[in-house]
Design a protein around this ligand. Sequence first.
Ligand code: AMP
Ligand code: MG
Length: 401
Amino acid sequence: MSQGKLMPVEEALASLLAMADARQLDQSQELALDQVRQRVLACDLVATLDLPPWPNSAMDGYALDLAHWDGQPLLVAQTVFAGRPGTPLQPGTCARIFTGAPVPAGADCVEMQENVELLDDGRVRFTQALKPGQNIRPQGQENRAGQVLLEAGTRLGPFELAVAAAQGCTRLPVVRKPRVALLSTGDELLEPGMALREGCIYNSNRTLLRHWLDALGCEVIDAGILPDQPQQTRLRLEQLQHGADLILTTGGVSAGDADCLGQVLRDSGRPLFWKLAIKPGKPLTVGYFGQVPVIGLPGNPASALVTFGLLARAYLQRIQGVGEVEPLGVMVPVAFDWTRAGSRREYLRARLEQGRAVLYPNQSSGVLLGACWADGLVEIPEGRTLQAGDLARFIPFSELF
Ligand code: AMP
Ligand code: MG
């Protein structure tokens, strides 16, 4: 492990993904549709139905056989509602039809009711030019039976679940949840509800990460707070390596005397990398303890947020089989000058105002509130300066959940 030079973000990401590829979760389980939100699909979802299953009307109107029509008004011989199929169209007639209703056999055109004149004798006159197939949604317009609708590795959100429901699915196979042991380190930490003691702060990282892990389909093993004590740190890691797919920690990875987590990982585990060219989040430490991967996030809340969002998240996505793990970024003009080129890649909490990225005024890694104010992160590459109006990559927070 190189100690001197800072590791570029891409290299750290590639290393985490290689680690994840070797530890893909191969067990899956089949669960009811309403229990799989935010889980990852374990096998391709293949359509069993054409959708729509039969041609249906896109409008409230009248269905006719345009190919054999003489242009004269037509008798309305039947009414077809959604869910109640009609009968084949008799020559010289049309059918009253409503949106979503199956188009009767023999009809090849639907005219919307606004373009039709009802005559006193009960017939309808078509007042506009008609085209074959108009206002008919053909069978299989959306998909054909046998088509792959969702690939294995897709995370199941509302859209994907609705697609499965449209096929009549009641259950889906999903990758088993990664078990993540979540450990907060720091003598100064108290849990909310405890009386605040001098010199102490409440543990916010645990709440941040518990909910974030949950959104990523993980099972959280809450391992509580660990004091800054090497012996206890080693013991706790030994306990946690059984039954966890990942040990995720916060704090204790800088170079200070009380930073035990990093020390123990370096002394008793197998460190892979430490010290990244990223700001905030430089002390991120990754390695193995026994057979279990450990991702040691820095303790500062904004550092934990940035390194989890950009790196640990990608690892967790990939072990679940998600192919596309990098968040989508968009290039946006910045509303600020960035005059000092940094040696680390910076991620700044920012908000879009009139299409330009505006920075939260306090970018300290200890400040969490900026993340609530912001819509995402602006990325400033190493060695770059910017003037207002220059483009920078903006990663919306919505991409990270
Ligand atoms: P460390 O990475 O342990 O040196 O911690 C860096 C800073 O983050 C210190 O100011 C810690 O008090 C703070 N910190 C560490 N862990 C947490 C946590 N779980 N919640 C809130 N702040 C924390
Ligand atoms: Mg600490």
